[in-house]
Design a protein around this ligand. Structure first.
Ligand SMILES: Nc1ncnc2c1ncn2[C@@H]1O[C@H](COP(=O)(O)OP(=O)(O)O)[C@@H](O)[C@H]1O
Ligand SMILES: [Mg+2]
Length: 224
């Protein structure tokens, strides 16, 4: 029996048999402003509500900005940080070589059950070729997996390459699941959507589902 953990994203769990498989690594991919950071924070916040410690690893954004993003949705991460149940860590992209070990330490320190890496695209940018990127990502993912934590890895797709699932074309192959977020400007409105592109060992929804962002975070509209 596989254990599944609720994602915290309203409307998503019914599309993936109840949640992410515990201990799996899920890539969340999309262009700028598609909601990747909010998705990840919501995933961690859900864990905190369930007593599962969480770590947010960032290689690009200011830690204060991320906390501020979360606060907008009423997710007070600092409260959990003070209690030792949450950790927000910035890594200089130049540190990618030691990252795997350090991330495992960060996870172990608070016994984190949920981990976010924002973003693996930055990890890839520091390496010379696809082979190296693949090796590094596999080693990073396996290090995290050995801890038993469930991870969400963010992959930033360039707007000029919206059809791609990841910047380097390797990220999607080394994970257990891929969730793609899209953003289209239509007329005066914005249409956001989500598609589950890969979810190992899961009978998943196969449509493109409307996604909305409101004061409560992300919500997926499905007919289930
Ligand atoms: N309270 C809100 N209500 C509606 N939309 C919001 C709200 N807060 C943020 N957004 C939308 O979310 C976007 C940012 O999402 P984010 O997760 O930071 O994107 P990404 O990490 O993919 O670049 C903003 O560009 C904005 O369109
Ligand atoms: Mg972001």
């Amino acid at each position: 029996m596989v254990r599944r953990i609720p994602t915290g994203i309203k409307g998503l769990d019914p599309l993936i048999e109840g949640g992410f498989i515990k201990g799996s690594a899920i890539l969340v991919t999309g262009g700028a402003g598609t909601g990747k950071t909010i998705f990840s924070l919501q995933f961690l916040w859900e864990g905190l509500q369930r007593g599962e410690p969480g770590v947010y690893i960032t290689l690009e954004e200011d830690v204060e900005d991320i906390k501020e993003d979360a606060r907008r949705f009423g997710w007070d991460l600092e409260e959990f940080e003070k209690k030792g149940l949450f950790k927000l860590v910035y890594y200089d992209p130049l540190q990618v070589n030691e990252m795997g070990i350090n991330v495992v330490e960060d996870i172990a320190k608070i016994n984190a059950q949920r981990v976010v890496v924002d973003s693996v695209s930055i990890v890839g940018m520091m390496l010379p070729n696809q082979m190296q990127i693949r090796k590094k990502l596999i080693s990073l993912i396996n290090s995290v997996k050995r801890t038993g934590a469930t991870s969400v890895l963010i992959s930033e797709v360039l707007d000029s390459d919206e059809k791609g699932l990841s910047r380097f074309g390797v990220e999607e192959f080394v994970v257990d699941g891929v969730i793609a977020l899209y953003y289209f400007g239509v007329g005066e409105g914005i249409a956001r959507s989500l598609m589950i592109r890969k979810m190992r060992r899961t009978n998943q929804g196969t449509n493109t589902y409307p996604l909305i962002i409101n004061e409560n975070g992300i919500e997926i509209k499905n007919d289930i």
